[in-house]
Design a protein around this ligand. Structure first.
Ligand code: ATP
Ligand code: MG
Length: 434
């Protein structure tokens, strides 16, 4: 025994064991298929970016930048780095760095871990995973709608229901600043109701006060001046165009005037998909338009819109709502090898089978077993593997150049011999599942 304590993972960061991982892989497969059908292409950016990218991108007065980032100094060159808390800033950085918009807009998607120093609880972790889609270089409301419809179709394809769509428009910067002035004026007249956080945000980011979860401030926030009343014709037209597309596609939504979202970079459309079935962490996907972010980060001005979904939350919903079967892979065959002498021959044949698309789990001796283990114990393992067949490399058959294929699932439990040098016959037998 070692003198060290049993190692544990970092708080709020979870291992994904094979039985759970199977569902993740299934989800990722569903997403890849969906993205391909909408012609969104995969992008993978580094998990670490320079800290100023997030400060500039997300905004200084945001939960993420104020308190949730894992930032550190590169010990070798003193550079400030941050584990990405979200992926849009990194995607935009990559799009600028590689001049990806030179020949028109791009539709992209990503999947991967994000890091935020939050209080871990159900649906909220310090390493969590997002899948996101971004359409960059397109100004029209049809892209906002396409992204919303795409997410909505994902819920359908995953077998999910009871997810509602909330949308809002944050307008353009000029409209927002007129509203902002009205908002500051309103809150200043009511400072006695504001909590400390709200007071601090009053001049820096009054819009975020609307996002408060403090019950004592609800009435005040409810009656605050509405941004919608400050929107001009173009912003309203953009918002209405999205709604007519949604309605023609049979998608229901509600307008939530208090939907502002955590990042500063949004303008015009913002939206969230919410469920009541996950406790207080009910937002499974959020997004919106961010026409000024690319320029803000140092690129040539270009419009963009996107969303990100929380994988853990979506999968929790899948587990409670959908009946997903066949995601955990089981091998076609389990290779029973009673005598270690047969290993070279057996492994050569297994290699041929696998090259032809058959999945085979090879028996391997466990510590403490005498040799390879008895035929009986190996067949027990074969059964436990849930394989359809056992492929038995018994000494008798081998001397005759044969292997035995035994069904582990069929009622009749048939058993047939195949020639080792005719792997093709074996392959077609193995691909037939009784
Ligand atoms: P919340 O209000 O729940 O903190 P957010 O507005 O910070 O969410 P976004 O930054 O928009 O979330 O991220 C998009 C999605 O990623 C969220 O809707 C959620 O599903 C998921 N998500 C965000 N933070 C976490 C986290 N700490 N753990 C697990 N999932 C998360
Ligand atoms: Mg958050």
């Amino acid at each position: 025994m070692s003198n060290f304590e049993k190692p544990v993972a970092v708080k709020g960061m979870n291992d994904l064991l094979p039985q759970d991982s199977a569902l993740w892989e299934w989800l990722e497969g569903q997403v890849r298929s969906l993205m391909a059908r909408y012609a969104y292409r995969n992008i993978r950016t580094p998990i670490v970016e320079k800290t100023p990218l997030f400060i500039r991108g997300l905004g200084e007065v945001t939960d993420i930048v104020e308190k949730e980032m894992y930032s550190f100094e590169d010990r070798l060159n003193g550079e400030q780095l941050t584990l990405r808390p979200e992926a849009t800033a990194g995607v935009v950085r990559a799009v600028i760095e590689h001049s990806m918009l030179y020949d028109g807009g791009k539709r992209l998607y990503y999947m991967g871990p994000m890091f935020r120093h939050e209080r871990p609880q159900r649906g909220r972790y310090r390493q969590f995973h997002q899948i996101g889609a971004e359409a960059l270089g397109f100004p029209g409301p049809e892209l906002d709608a396409e992204l919303i419809l795409m997410a909505n179709n994902l819920w359908k394809e995953l077998g999910l229901n009871n997810i509602r769509l909330e949308i809002n428009s944050l307008g353009q910067p000029a409209e927002r600043s007129a509203h902002r002035a009205a908002l500051i004026n309103y809150f200043e007249k009511n400072t006695e109701v504001l909590d400390e956080e709200a007071k601090r945000r009053l001049h820096a980011n009054p819009l975020r006060i609307l996002d408060t979860k403090n019950p004592a401030m609800q009435a005040l926030v409810e009656a605050a001046p509405r941004l919608m009343d400050f929107l001009g014709v173009e912003s309203l037209a953009h918002f209405e165009a999205i709604q007519s597309i949604l309605s023609e596609s049979g998608v229901a939504w509600t307008i939530n005037p208090r939907l502002v979202r955590g990042m500063d970079y949004y303008n015009l459309t913002v939206f969230e998909f919410v469920t009541d079935e996950l406790g207080s962490q009910g937002t499974i996907c959020g997004g919106g338009r961010y026409d000024y972010l690319i320029e803000q980060i140092g690129g040539k001005s270009a419009p963009a819109v996107g969303w990100a979904l929380g994988v853990e939350r979506v999968l929790e919903l899948v587990k409670s709502q959908a009946s997903v079967s066949g995601v955990d892979s089981v091998p076609d065959a389990y290779a029973v090898i009673p005598d270690a002498c047969a290993l070279p021959l057996a492994m050569a044949l297994l290699g041929q089978l696998r090259a032809s698309g058959v999945s085979v789990q090879m028996h391997a001796a466990s510590r403490g077993t005498d040799g390879m283990g008895s035929m009986k114990s190996q067949l027990k393992k074969a059964d436990a593997s849930r394989a359809t067949y056992a492929l038995i490399f018994g000494a008798d058959e081998l001397t005759r150049g044969m292997v035995t294929l035994k069904s582990l699932r069929a009622e009749t439990g048939f058993q047939t011999e195949y020639r080792i040098d005719a792997a093709a016959d074996l392959v077609s037998a193995l691909k037939k599942h009784p």
